[in-house]
Design a protein around this ligand. Structure first.
Ligand SMILES: [Zn+2]
Length: 72
């Protein structure tokens, strides 16, 4: 089951706010400006992505169980 999450972040093209005062930290995953809630990422999703990436680099790939069903 793959449910595509509708990204409700469709307001970043036309809205060109020029503040230049905020720390311009970008999300290392997608490059969007990070939010305080999920910094240094832009969202928890990206944080999750990074975490997964990190884990997959250190441990085995998550989400893959090495369980064979036919064990008889
Ligand atoms: Zn991001």
């Amino acid at each position: 089951m793959q449910a595509r999450r509708p990204e409700s972040a469709g307001s970043g093209k036309a809205a060109a706010k020029r503040s230049g005062k905020r720390s311009a930290k970008k999300c290392p995953i997608c490059g969007k400006p990070a939010t305080e809630a999920s910094r240094p990422f832009c969202s928890e999703r990206c944080r999750d992505v990074d975490l997964n990436r990190w884990l997959s680099g250190s441990y085995s790939i998550p989400g893959r169980k090495e369980e064979d069903d036919d064990g008889e």
